[in-house]
Design a binder for this molecule. Structure first.
Ligand code: FIX
Ligand code: ZN
Length: 436
Protein backbone atom coordinates (compact mmCIF):
# COMPACT_ATOMS: atom_id res chain seq x y z
CA UNK A 1 0.00 0.00 0.00
CA UNK A 2 1.80 3.13 -1.12
CA UNK A 3 1.62 6.09 1.28
CA UNK A 4 -0.26 9.27 0.31
CA UNK A 5 -0.29 12.70 1.96
CA UNK A 6 -3.44 11.61 3.79
CA UNK A 7 -1.75 8.45 4.91
CA UNK A 8 1.82 9.42 5.84
CA UNK A 9 4.45 6.70 6.19
CA UNK A 10 5.20 5.70 9.79
CA UNK A 11 8.42 7.71 9.67
CA UNK A 12 6.49 10.92 8.99
CA UNK A 13 3.67 10.38 11.52
CA UNK A 14 5.76 11.72 14.39
CA UNK A 15 6.47 15.15 12.90
CA UNK A 16 2.88 15.37 11.67
CA UNK A 17 1.43 14.59 15.12
CA UNK A 18 3.72 17.08 16.83
CA UNK A 19 2.82 19.77 14.31
CA UNK A 20 -0.92 19.15 14.72
CA UNK A 21 -0.65 19.23 18.54
CA UNK A 22 1.40 22.43 18.38
CA UNK A 23 -1.11 24.25 16.16
CA UNK A 24 -4.49 23.00 17.48
CA UNK A 25 -6.34 25.68 19.51
CA UNK A 26 -6.96 24.91 23.19
CA UNK A 27 -9.99 25.42 25.45
CA UNK A 28 -8.42 25.60 28.91
CA UNK A 29 -10.90 23.91 31.27
CA UNK A 30 -9.68 25.35 34.59
CA UNK A 31 -7.82 28.59 35.34
CA UNK A 32 -7.87 31.50 37.79
CA UNK A 33 -7.49 34.06 35.01
CA UNK A 34 -9.63 37.15 34.42
CA UNK A 35 -10.03 39.77 31.64
CA UNK A 36 -9.34 43.48 32.40
CA UNK A 37 -13.03 44.09 33.21
CA UNK A 38 -12.31 42.51 36.62
CA UNK A 39 -9.69 45.19 37.29
CA UNK A 40 -5.91 44.93 37.15
CA UNK A 41 -3.09 46.50 39.19
CA UNK A 42 -0.76 47.45 36.30
CA UNK A 43 -0.62 48.30 32.62
CA UNK A 44 -0.63 51.10 30.08
CA UNK A 45 -3.96 52.84 29.67
CA UNK A 46 -5.77 51.39 32.69
CA UNK A 47 -6.68 52.88 36.07
CA UNK A 48 -4.49 50.80 38.43
CA UNK A 49 -6.75 48.67 40.65
CA UNK A 50 -4.81 47.12 43.51
CA UNK A 51 -7.75 44.81 44.23
CA UNK A 52 -8.08 43.92 40.57
CA UNK A 53 -8.34 40.21 39.78
CA UNK A 54 -6.52 40.16 36.43
CA UNK A 55 -2.96 39.18 37.39
CA UNK A 56 -0.23 39.55 34.76
CA UNK A 57 3.37 40.78 34.38
CA UNK A 58 6.80 39.81 35.69
CA UNK A 59 6.25 40.46 39.40
CA UNK A 60 3.14 38.27 39.45
CA UNK A 61 4.93 35.60 37.40
CA UNK A 62 7.91 35.50 39.76
CA UNK A 63 5.88 35.61 42.99
CA UNK A 64 3.61 32.70 41.90
CA UNK A 65 2.98 30.68 45.05
CA UNK A 66 4.80 27.70 43.55
CA UNK A 67 8.00 29.84 43.47
CA UNK A 68 7.42 31.22 46.96
CA UNK A 69 7.45 27.66 48.29
CA UNK A 70 10.71 27.07 46.41
CA UNK A 71 12.52 30.26 47.45
CA UNK A 72 11.79 29.62 51.14
CA UNK A 73 13.75 26.37 50.77
CA UNK A 74 16.81 28.33 49.67
CA UNK A 75 17.11 30.17 52.99
CA UNK A 76 16.95 28.90 56.55
CA UNK A 77 14.26 30.20 58.90
CA UNK A 78 17.06 31.97 60.75
CA UNK A 79 18.32 33.69 57.57
CA UNK A 80 14.79 34.65 56.49
CA UNK A 81 11.89 34.08 58.91
CA UNK A 82 8.75 33.32 56.92
CA UNK A 83 6.89 36.26 58.41
CA UNK A 84 9.71 38.58 57.34
CA UNK A 85 9.34 37.31 53.78
CA UNK A 86 5.67 38.24 53.92
CA UNK A 87 6.58 41.73 55.24
CA UNK A 88 8.47 42.42 51.99
CA UNK A 89 6.67 44.26 49.19
CA UNK A 90 5.73 42.17 46.14
CA UNK A 91 8.60 43.66 44.12
CA UNK A 92 11.04 42.95 46.96
CA UNK A 93 9.77 39.35 47.09
CA UNK A 94 10.16 39.11 43.31
CA UNK A 95 13.71 40.49 43.42
CA UNK A 96 14.65 37.94 46.09
CA UNK A 97 13.09 35.06 44.15
CA UNK A 98 14.81 36.10 40.92
CA UNK A 99 18.19 36.36 42.70
CA UNK A 100 17.90 33.05 44.56
CA UNK A 101 16.10 30.83 42.03
CA UNK A 102 17.33 32.23 38.70
CA UNK A 103 20.62 34.09 39.23
CA UNK A 104 22.27 32.08 42.00
CA UNK A 105 20.88 28.71 40.94
CA UNK A 106 19.83 26.92 37.75
CA UNK A 107 16.04 27.20 37.15
CA UNK A 108 15.61 23.43 36.82
CA UNK A 109 12.23 23.02 38.60
CA UNK A 110 9.06 23.06 36.45
CA UNK A 111 7.79 26.34 37.91
CA UNK A 112 11.17 28.02 37.31
CA UNK A 113 11.57 26.56 33.82
CA UNK A 114 8.09 27.93 33.13
CA UNK A 115 9.21 31.51 33.72
CA UNK A 116 12.17 30.93 31.38
CA UNK A 117 9.91 29.49 28.65
CA UNK A 118 7.48 32.38 29.06
CA UNK A 119 10.12 35.11 28.78
CA UNK A 120 11.76 33.42 25.79
CA UNK A 121 8.44 32.93 23.96
CA UNK A 122 7.66 36.62 24.56
CA UNK A 123 10.94 37.50 22.84
CA UNK A 124 12.75 38.48 26.05
CA UNK A 125 16.20 37.22 27.16
CA UNK A 126 15.67 35.15 30.35
CA UNK A 127 19.24 35.76 31.57
CA UNK A 128 18.79 39.29 32.95
CA UNK A 129 20.55 39.78 36.36
CA UNK A 130 17.59 41.83 37.67
CA UNK A 131 13.90 42.25 36.87
CA UNK A 132 14.19 45.94 35.95
CA UNK A 133 14.27 45.45 32.19
CA UNK A 134 11.30 43.07 32.27
CA UNK A 135 9.34 45.52 34.40
CA UNK A 136 9.85 48.26 31.84
CA UNK A 137 8.68 45.97 29.02
CA UNK A 138 5.54 44.81 30.81
CA UNK A 139 4.69 48.37 31.98
CA UNK A 140 4.65 49.44 28.31
CA UNK A 141 1.96 46.86 27.44
CA UNK A 142 -1.78 47.35 27.80
CA UNK A 143 -3.69 44.51 29.48
CA UNK A 144 -5.92 44.04 26.43
CA UNK A 145 -2.92 43.87 24.08
CA UNK A 146 -1.18 41.44 26.42
CA UNK A 147 -4.20 39.13 26.49
CA UNK A 148 -4.30 39.04 22.66
CA UNK A 149 -0.55 38.44 22.54
CA UNK A 150 -0.48 35.69 25.21
CA UNK A 151 -3.53 33.81 23.89
CA UNK A 152 -1.95 33.95 20.42
CA UNK A 153 1.47 32.72 21.55
CA UNK A 154 -0.08 30.00 23.75
CA UNK A 155 -2.61 28.94 21.10
CA UNK A 156 -5.44 29.19 23.64
CA UNK A 157 -8.84 30.13 22.24
CA UNK A 158 -11.00 29.91 25.38
CA UNK A 159 -10.09 30.30 29.04
CA UNK A 160 -12.40 29.00 31.77
CA UNK A 161 -12.34 31.15 34.88
CA UNK A 162 -12.84 30.40 38.59
CA UNK A 163 -15.48 32.79 39.91
CA UNK A 164 -15.55 32.38 43.67
CA UNK A 165 -19.01 32.94 45.13
CA UNK A 166 -17.56 33.74 48.58
CA UNK A 167 -14.94 36.26 47.42
CA UNK A 168 -16.43 39.56 48.60
CA UNK A 169 -14.55 41.65 46.04
CA UNK A 170 -15.56 39.51 43.08
CA UNK A 171 -19.14 39.20 44.32
CA UNK A 172 -19.42 43.01 44.46
CA UNK A 173 -18.16 43.26 40.88
CA UNK A 174 -20.76 40.74 39.65
CA UNK A 175 -23.58 42.54 41.49
CA UNK A 176 -22.47 45.87 39.99
CA UNK A 177 -22.12 45.03 36.29
CA UNK A 178 -22.41 41.37 35.21
CA UNK A 179 -22.69 42.29 31.54
CA UNK A 180 -19.25 43.95 31.56
CA UNK A 181 -17.69 40.91 33.23
CA UNK A 182 -19.22 38.57 30.63
CA UNK A 183 -18.37 40.75 27.63
CA UNK A 184 -15.10 39.02 26.64
CA UNK A 185 -16.39 35.68 25.34
CA UNK A 186 -12.89 34.22 25.47
CA UNK A 187 -13.20 34.13 29.30
CA UNK A 188 -15.87 31.63 30.33
CA UNK A 189 -17.40 31.98 33.82
CA UNK A 190 -17.51 29.10 36.32
CA UNK A 191 -19.35 29.25 39.64
CA UNK A 192 -17.04 28.08 42.46
CA UNK A 193 -18.36 27.47 45.97
CA UNK A 194 -16.20 25.13 48.12
CA UNK A 195 -17.56 26.54 51.40
CA UNK A 196 -21.13 25.34 50.69
CA UNK A 197 -19.88 21.78 51.24
CA UNK A 198 -16.60 22.00 53.16
CA UNK A 199 -17.43 24.89 55.52
CA UNK A 200 -21.21 25.08 55.81
CA UNK A 201 -21.23 27.10 59.07
CA UNK A 202 -19.26 29.88 57.36
CA UNK A 203 -21.30 29.62 54.18
CA UNK A 204 -24.55 29.66 56.17
CA UNK A 205 -23.57 32.89 57.94
CA UNK A 206 -22.66 34.53 54.60
CA UNK A 207 -25.90 33.44 52.95
CA UNK A 208 -27.92 34.80 55.86
CA UNK A 209 -26.10 38.14 55.52
CA UNK A 210 -27.08 38.12 51.84
CA UNK A 211 -30.74 37.68 52.77
CA UNK A 212 -31.23 33.94 52.19
CA UNK A 213 -33.40 32.16 54.78
CA UNK A 214 -30.91 29.45 55.75
CA UNK A 215 -30.14 27.71 59.04
CA UNK A 216 -27.02 25.87 60.10
CA UNK A 217 -29.09 22.79 60.95
CA UNK A 218 -30.54 22.88 57.40
CA UNK A 219 -34.06 23.23 58.83
CA UNK A 220 -36.91 25.23 57.27
CA UNK A 221 -36.33 26.57 53.74
CA UNK A 222 -32.56 26.14 53.91
CA UNK A 223 -32.08 23.68 51.05
CA UNK A 224 -34.58 25.50 48.83
CA UNK A 225 -32.84 28.80 49.61
CA UNK A 226 -29.44 27.37 48.67
CA UNK A 227 -31.07 26.24 45.43
CA UNK A 228 -32.39 29.77 44.87
CA UNK A 229 -28.91 31.20 45.46
CA UNK A 230 -27.44 28.82 42.89
CA UNK A 231 -30.19 29.52 40.35
CA UNK A 232 -29.54 33.26 40.68
CA UNK A 233 -25.74 33.01 40.42
CA UNK A 234 -25.55 30.37 37.67
CA UNK A 235 -27.75 32.71 35.60
CA UNK A 236 -26.07 35.96 36.74
CA UNK A 237 -22.59 34.88 35.68
CA UNK A 238 -23.62 32.51 32.87
CA UNK A 239 -21.72 29.63 34.48
CA UNK A 240 -20.48 26.99 32.03
CA UNK A 241 -20.16 24.61 34.98
CA UNK A 242 -20.10 24.65 38.78
CA UNK A 243 -16.98 23.74 40.76
CA UNK A 244 -15.70 22.86 44.18
CA UNK A 245 -12.56 21.40 45.67
CA UNK A 246 -12.82 18.77 48.40
CA UNK A 247 -10.33 17.45 51.00
CA UNK A 248 -8.90 13.90 50.94
CA UNK A 249 -11.25 12.99 53.82
CA UNK A 250 -14.41 13.69 51.82
CA UNK A 251 -16.66 10.65 51.69
CA UNK A 252 -20.00 9.91 50.05
CA UNK A 253 -22.44 8.73 51.20
CA UNK A 254 -21.90 10.27 54.63
CA UNK A 255 -24.38 12.07 56.93
CA UNK A 256 -22.79 15.51 56.78
CA UNK A 257 -24.47 18.89 56.22
CA UNK A 258 -22.15 19.42 53.25
CA UNK A 259 -23.29 16.21 51.57
CA UNK A 260 -26.95 17.17 52.07
CA UNK A 261 -26.22 20.58 50.50
CA UNK A 262 -24.42 18.78 47.65
CA UNK A 263 -27.08 16.17 46.95
CA UNK A 264 -30.27 18.10 47.80
CA UNK A 265 -29.36 21.58 46.56
CA UNK A 266 -26.25 21.73 44.37
CA UNK A 267 -26.74 18.71 42.11
CA UNK A 268 -30.44 19.43 41.55
CA UNK A 269 -29.43 22.97 40.51
CA UNK A 270 -26.87 21.51 38.07
CA UNK A 271 -29.65 19.37 36.58
CA UNK A 272 -32.05 22.33 36.32
CA UNK A 273 -29.49 24.40 34.45
CA UNK A 274 -27.87 21.59 32.46
CA UNK A 275 -24.41 22.36 33.83
CA UNK A 276 -21.72 19.92 34.97
CA UNK A 277 -20.30 19.81 38.49
CA UNK A 278 -16.51 19.82 38.81
CA UNK A 279 -15.07 17.95 41.77
CA UNK A 280 -11.41 18.73 42.51
CA UNK A 281 -10.52 16.28 45.25
CA UNK A 282 -7.47 15.73 47.41
CA UNK A 283 -6.36 19.19 48.52
CA UNK A 284 -5.25 19.58 52.13
CA UNK A 285 -5.72 23.31 52.69
CA UNK A 286 -3.15 25.15 54.84
CA UNK A 287 -1.01 22.14 55.72
CA UNK A 288 1.52 24.83 56.53
CA UNK A 289 -0.54 27.98 57.10
CA UNK A 290 2.64 30.08 57.41
CA UNK A 291 3.10 29.71 53.65
CA UNK A 292 -0.40 31.07 52.91
CA UNK A 293 -1.47 30.00 49.33
CA UNK A 294 1.80 28.06 49.05
CA UNK A 295 0.93 26.07 52.18
CA UNK A 296 -1.71 23.80 50.63
CA UNK A 297 -0.79 20.17 50.14
CA UNK A 298 -2.40 16.90 49.06
CA UNK A 299 -3.80 13.55 50.08
CA UNK A 300 -5.39 10.57 48.33
CA UNK A 301 -9.10 10.80 47.52
CA UNK A 302 -11.60 7.99 48.04
CA UNK A 303 -12.57 6.66 44.61
CA UNK A 304 -15.56 4.69 45.95
CA UNK A 305 -17.11 8.02 46.98
CA UNK A 306 -16.64 9.43 43.48
CA UNK A 307 -18.13 6.28 41.94
CA UNK A 308 -21.10 6.31 44.35
CA UNK A 309 -21.92 9.94 43.46
CA UNK A 310 -21.73 9.20 39.72
CA UNK A 311 -23.97 6.18 40.25
CA UNK A 312 -26.55 8.00 42.37
CA UNK A 313 -26.74 11.01 40.02
CA UNK A 314 -26.62 9.55 36.47
CA UNK A 315 -28.16 12.72 34.98
CA UNK A 316 -25.42 15.01 36.32
CA UNK A 317 -22.09 15.27 34.50
CA UNK A 318 -19.08 15.24 36.82
CA UNK A 319 -15.77 16.79 35.78
CA UNK A 320 -13.22 15.23 38.13
CA UNK A 321 -9.58 15.99 38.76
CA UNK A 322 -7.67 14.44 41.64
CA UNK A 323 -4.53 15.78 43.25
CA UNK A 324 -2.78 12.56 44.24
CA UNK A 325 -0.75 10.53 41.73
CA UNK A 326 -1.95 7.31 43.34
CA UNK A 327 -5.57 8.08 42.40
CA UNK A 328 -5.00 8.51 38.67
CA UNK A 329 -5.32 4.92 37.49
CA UNK A 330 -8.51 4.33 39.49
CA UNK A 331 -9.95 7.62 38.16
CA UNK A 332 -9.43 6.46 34.57
CA UNK A 333 -10.92 3.03 35.33
CA UNK A 334 -13.90 4.58 37.14
CA UNK A 335 -14.54 6.77 34.07
CA UNK A 336 -14.93 3.51 32.09
CA UNK A 337 -17.75 2.57 34.50
CA UNK A 338 -19.61 5.90 34.45
CA UNK A 339 -20.33 7.79 31.21
CA UNK A 340 -21.14 10.89 33.33
CA UNK A 341 -17.58 11.08 34.67
CA UNK A 342 -14.95 13.12 32.78
CA UNK A 343 -11.38 12.98 34.12
CA UNK A 344 -9.59 16.26 33.44
CA UNK A 345 -6.12 17.73 33.78
CA UNK A 346 -2.92 16.96 35.62
CA UNK A 347 -3.73 19.19 38.57
CA UNK A 348 -1.20 21.34 40.48
CA UNK A 349 1.46 18.99 41.91
CA UNK A 350 0.82 16.62 38.97
CA UNK A 351 1.49 19.33 36.39
CA UNK A 352 5.09 18.15 35.85
CA UNK A 353 6.46 16.44 32.72
CA UNK A 354 7.13 13.05 34.30
CA UNK A 355 3.58 12.79 35.70
CA UNK A 356 1.75 14.39 32.73
CA UNK A 357 3.42 11.77 30.54
CA UNK A 358 2.49 8.85 32.81
CA UNK A 359 -1.10 10.01 33.37
CA UNK A 360 -1.82 10.96 29.74
CA UNK A 361 -0.49 7.63 28.49
CA UNK A 362 -2.66 5.75 31.03
CA UNK A 363 -5.77 7.77 30.12
CA UNK A 364 -5.45 7.28 26.35
CA UNK A 365 -4.85 3.55 26.81
CA UNK A 366 -7.99 3.28 28.96
CA UNK A 367 -10.27 6.00 27.54
CA UNK A 368 -9.07 6.89 24.05
CA UNK A 369 -9.91 10.55 23.38
CA UNK A 370 -12.90 10.74 25.79
CA UNK A 371 -10.83 12.67 28.30
CA UNK A 372 -9.47 16.20 28.84
CA UNK A 373 -5.75 15.54 29.27
CA UNK A 374 -4.76 18.93 30.64
CA UNK A 375 -5.83 22.23 32.15
CA UNK A 376 -3.40 24.97 33.10
CA UNK A 377 -4.68 26.24 36.48
CA UNK A 378 -2.98 29.54 35.59
CA UNK A 379 -3.23 32.38 38.07
CA UNK A 380 -1.08 34.77 36.01
CA UNK A 381 -1.95 35.47 32.37
CA UNK A 382 1.49 34.76 30.87
CA UNK A 383 1.65 31.33 32.51
CA UNK A 384 -0.63 30.13 29.69
CA UNK A 385 2.44 30.28 27.45
CA UNK A 386 4.60 27.85 29.39
CA UNK A 387 1.92 25.60 30.79
CA UNK A 388 0.58 24.87 27.32
CA UNK A 389 3.99 24.83 25.60
CA UNK A 390 5.25 22.23 28.05
CA UNK A 391 2.05 20.14 28.05
CA UNK A 392 1.64 20.17 24.26
CA UNK A 393 5.13 18.69 23.87
CA UNK A 394 4.38 15.87 26.32
CA UNK A 395 0.89 15.14 24.96
CA UNK A 396 2.45 15.12 21.48
CA UNK A 397 5.13 12.64 22.55
CA UNK A 398 2.49 10.31 24.03
CA UNK A 399 0.35 10.52 20.87
CA UNK A 400 3.34 9.81 18.62
CA UNK A 401 3.93 6.64 20.62
CA UNK A 402 0.26 5.63 20.46
CA UNK A 403 -0.06 6.26 16.71
CA UNK A 404 3.15 4.28 16.17
CA UNK A 405 1.70 1.38 18.17
CA UNK A 406 -1.51 1.58 16.13
CA UNK A 407 0.40 1.71 12.85
CA UNK A 408 2.36 -1.37 13.92
CA UNK A 409 -0.97 -3.09 14.55
CA UNK A 410 -1.87 -2.51 10.90
CA UNK A 411 -4.03 0.62 11.16
CA UNK A 412 -3.68 3.45 8.59
CA UNK A 413 -3.18 6.60 10.69
CA UNK A 414 -4.31 9.36 8.36
CA UNK A 415 -3.91 13.11 8.80
CA UNK A 416 -7.63 14.03 8.94
CA UNK A 417 -8.22 11.49 11.71
CA UNK A 418 -5.14 12.66 13.64
CA UNK A 419 -6.39 16.25 13.43
CA UNK A 420 -9.83 15.17 14.67
CA UNK A 421 -8.34 13.26 17.62
CA UNK A 422 -6.11 16.14 18.69
CA UNK A 423 -8.91 18.70 18.34
CA UNK A 424 -11.07 16.57 20.62
CA UNK A 425 -8.36 16.23 23.24
CA UNK A 426 -7.44 19.94 23.32
CA UNK A 427 -10.85 21.55 22.72
CA UNK A 428 -13.73 19.38 21.55
CA UNK A 429 -14.16 17.13 24.59
CA UNK A 430 -14.30 20.18 26.85
CA UNK A 431 -16.85 21.85 24.57
CA UNK A 432 -18.94 18.64 24.53
CA UNK A 433 -19.24 18.59 28.34
CA UNK A 434 -19.69 22.31 29.03
CA UNK A 435 -22.70 24.53 28.47
CA UNK A 436 -21.28 27.50 26.64
O1 FIX B 1 -8.50 24.74 44.19
C1 FIX B 1 -7.94 25.18 43.18
O2 FIX B 1 -8.54 25.73 42.21
C2 FIX B 1 -6.42 25.10 43.11
O3 FIX B 1 -6.02 24.97 41.77
C3 FIX B 1 -5.80 26.36 43.72
O4 FIX B 1 -6.30 26.48 45.04
C4 FIX B 1 -4.28 26.30 43.75
O5 FIX B 1 -3.78 27.38 44.53
C5 FIX B 1 -3.65 26.42 42.40
O6 FIX B 1 -3.78 27.46 41.75
C6 FIX B 1 -2.90 25.32 41.91
O7 FIX B 1 -2.35 25.36 40.79
ZN1 ZN C 1 -7.26 25.97 40.49
Amino acid sequence: MNSTSANPPASEIGPLVRRVVAETPVWDLHTHLFPPAFGTPIGRGVAPDSRGLMLWGIDELVTYHYLIAEVLRELSAQELPTERFWSLSQSEQADLIWQKLFVESTPLSEARRGVVTTLTRLGLDPHEPTLDGYRKWFAAQSPAEQIDRVLGVAGVERVTMTNELFDAGERARWLADPAALRADKRFIPVLRFDALVVDWPRACAELRSWGYRVQEDLAGDTLAEVGRLLDEWIERIGAAYCAMSLPPAWRYPAPTPGNRILTEAILPACERHGVAQALMIGVTRAQNPALRLAGDSLGAADMDSVAALCRDFPDVNFLVTLLARENQHALAVTARKFRNLLPFGCWWFLNNPSLISEITRMRIELLGTSVVPQHSDCRVLEQLIYKWDHSRRIIGDVLVEKYADLTAAGWRCEEPAIRKDVQRLLYGETARWLRA
